[in-house]
Design a protein. Structure first.
Length: 358
């Protein structure tokens, strides 16, 4: 991927936004959940075999209400995935496999960003550049081309902005607002040639948005440099769930208090403030002397269910109850993420939604 060295407004003349496309909210009706089957042992050193049971529970729950499309490297991996899903008694009627080789499992960040045009009844794919969170985990060449492979398979129009962007770094309200963090998108390991204002232009033009809201830092242990999907999530156009740490001695306390104050200052284009629902954090999850980015905010909103990572923690049920109140028409399901989080992400990080057109 070559970076554009000069920033020109003409570059955006045929952007998705100019053509009437936008990125829907996650709670909008979905055609499918996209996943990349986990296979990189270095992402779960010493325990990758432990993640398949909760991972398959995730697939089983979502597949009851929509398609689940899984990227696999080859027939051998497909057979292994089928065996693991069979153990979980998953319904294969809604599960599909696609031969798209990957380096790793984090489909939220390397998967396709689907945008839709409600007027023309079209769906398109945005293939952002991907560099494994600032070049931290090479190789990532296979992951970087996954969106293009999917767009070509389905004959969807394809947009290829020339900058690095990750799905976990952005959060949408479905009404023209995208929220992100300065810690991630202004990090010099992403797009050092761009200013904050120029990055905003990319977000608006390629996601089809009107407004960009910026939070600050992410939680401790997050190797993505502060992805928003671990801290603050829209649950409707003007309401966010945001995690707060209640122990003043915890290293996340001041970070999350600062984000809370920033959220209180935000105004939507209408001038209205955000409704803020506070979500607790679990106690610190530490494995092999490493603090992991455990957060209840890393949930996935599917058509009929919301899948929430839980951690054998005293706050698990409280968090599930709060999230359930925000999604009264969906069943909130907690799935143990103690092993999955050793990979430094959970269900939202692993997934990418494909919106429906109707």
């Amino acid at each position: 991927m070559e970076q554009q060295k000069t920033f020109s407004p003409a570059y955006f003349d045929n952007s998705p936004k100019k053509q009437g496309f936008s990125f829907p909210a996650e709670w909008a009706k979905q055609d499918a959940l996209w996943l990349s089957w986990p296979h990189k042992e270095e992402s779960w050193p010493g325990k990758i075999e432990t993640i398949y049971q909760p991972y398959c529970e995730f697939i089983k729950a979502v597949a009851q209400g929509q398609k689940v499309r899984i990227n696999v490297v080859d027939e051998k991996m497909k057979a292994f995935a089928i065996a693991e899903l069979t153990k979980a008694a998953a319904d294969f009627e809604h599960i599909e496999f696609y031969f798209n080789p990957t380096n790793d499992a984090w489909c939220r960040d390397h998967g396709p960003a689907f945008v839709i045009n409600k007027e023309t009844h079209q769906k398109a794919v945005v293939d952002w550049g991907y560099n494994a969170w600032g070049g931290k985990y090479p190789p990532f060449d296979l992951d970087d081309v996954v969106p293009t492979r999917i767009a070509e398979h389905f004959s969807y129009p394809l947009f290829t902005p020339d900058i690095v962007m990750e799905g976990g770094s952005v959060e949408f309200n479905g009404a023209g607002t995208v929220m992100t963090t300065t810690a991630c998108l202004l990090n010099k390991n992403r797009n050092p040639h761009l200013t904050k204002e120029q990055i905003e232009t990319y977000l608006k033009e390629f996601y089809g948005q009107e407004q960009v809201l910026w939070l600050g830092d992410g939680i401790v242990g997050d190797d993505t440099d502060g992805h928003i999907d671990d801290i603050t999530r829209f649950v409707n156009h003007n309401t966010v769930l945001t995690v707060v740490e209640e122990n003043p001695e915890d290293e996340n306390y001041s970070i999350l208090q600062e984000n809370l104050e920033t959220l209180r200052s935000f105004r939507l284009p209408s001038g209205e403030p955000l409704h803020i629902v506070e979500l607790p954090m679990p106690s610190a999850v530490i494995y092999d002397d490493t603090r992991l980015p455990a957060s209840y905010a890393n949930f996935y909103i599917a058509n009929e269910v919301v899948i929430v990572p839980i951690f054998n923690d005293a706050n698990d049920q409280r968090a599930l109850d709060i999230i359930q109140d925000c999604f009264p028409t969906r069943k909130v399901i907690g799935i143990n993420s103690v092993d999955i989080i050793w990979g430094l992400g959970s269900f939202h990080c692993l997934s990418q939604q494909e919106p429906a057109l109707d």
